[in-house]
Design a protein around this ligand. Sequence first.
Ligand code: JHZ
Length: 406
Amino acid sequence: MNACRICGEKSIVEFFDFARQPLSNSFADAAAGGREFAFRLAAGFCTGCTMAQQLEEAPRDRVFPADYPYRSSESAGSRRHFTEAAKTLIATELTGSDPFIVEIGSNDGIMLRTVKEAGIRHLGVDPAKDAAELAAAEGVRVRVGLFAEPTALEIRAADGPANVVYSANTISHIPGIESIFDGVRALLAPGGVFVFEDRYVSDIVENTYFDQIYDAHFYLFAVRSVQAMAARFGFDLIDAEHLPVHGGSIRYTVARSGERRPRASVGEFLARERERNLSDPDVYRAFGARARATCGNLTALLRDLRAAGRSVVGYGATAKSATVTNYCGIGPDLVPFICDSTPAKQGTLTPGSHIPVRPPEAFSRPYPDYALLFAWNHAEEIMAKERGFRDAGGKWILYVPDVHIV
Ligand code: JHZ
């Protein structure tokens, strides 16, 4: 039996085995030909500390290479979200004299741009060199590399302690999470806070977002499991806020143990998670069964459409789509290409499933009969942008919370 990466207990119950999967962002490797890296993607639930986590670990230097193609500022929704996140931190936590904020996983600098414009001292840390260069070109201070205690000590020596360490969609990606907490402990000023956002396992389970499980997403956080994790590393969870992004996320705020009193939100979330039986392994097993049914229904629909001579194109070459295409067995025979606005993904092939990625302009030449929306978390924005598709009689296929056509 696997030991929990948080509490060390050998009490993990496996709830889903996706078998061998490629790395979700290895578009260039897929296009280059040759053997692609693969690992066993399986998820389990710790009956000790309640943390949902993967049972095998894909190496992080492969998961987040220098040419990691995801760009946080690719969607208008995401740009709005991070501008708001920065404004909130500026108004609440960065109010002292000459405050300093460090972001772990700053990507193309989308959040720190607002901080920079407010004249606040900041530093982004990210191993993805290409994304970091985009941040630097926008005037954001950035350091290329992984965040851990030695990095934190160097930053503190050069810039002083940080009032806020912030991170979005990154902390749940790091299996050896103690290195993050060691770094945060070394870097935070007294009374400072560590604020991080990640997808919420309650939303994932409730809506059968099985595609939120892929190499990068090592942990699936709940308020209860994050509270246990924070306590293990000497921190208190002092606030939790639900966010609509990525199908539902939580912004967690933690502080050194005993430094701040937890807000009512923490207790409220814990009560709701108890009502939803989020600590019961059966809830996760039922989620797995629904995910298998979705895959069966989706491939059956795509085969029927192909048999009926209908054309289908994918929209959004998301990291999530690697799980859908590879686990469900969807290749270019069912979806001949996927449109995506990210320049670094265009002209490549999707990891494992080898579906060509084309720019959004290819979508209307001519419009297909159906579009399979892999970027369902950006549905409103994409459907508005592509309203000509509907006007031409096109229909969207969605597979969350179940397979349906709109
Ligand atoms: P999107 C990534 O996941 C990776 P992905 C990471 N692991 C994570 O946690 C989340 O982000 C936060 C394209 N697009 O946001 C751009 C269009 O083509 O769902 C992207 O490739 N046209 C860090 O990859 C993709 O869709 C558009 O109009 O699952 C969206 O990717 C819009 C809005 C997007 O994240």
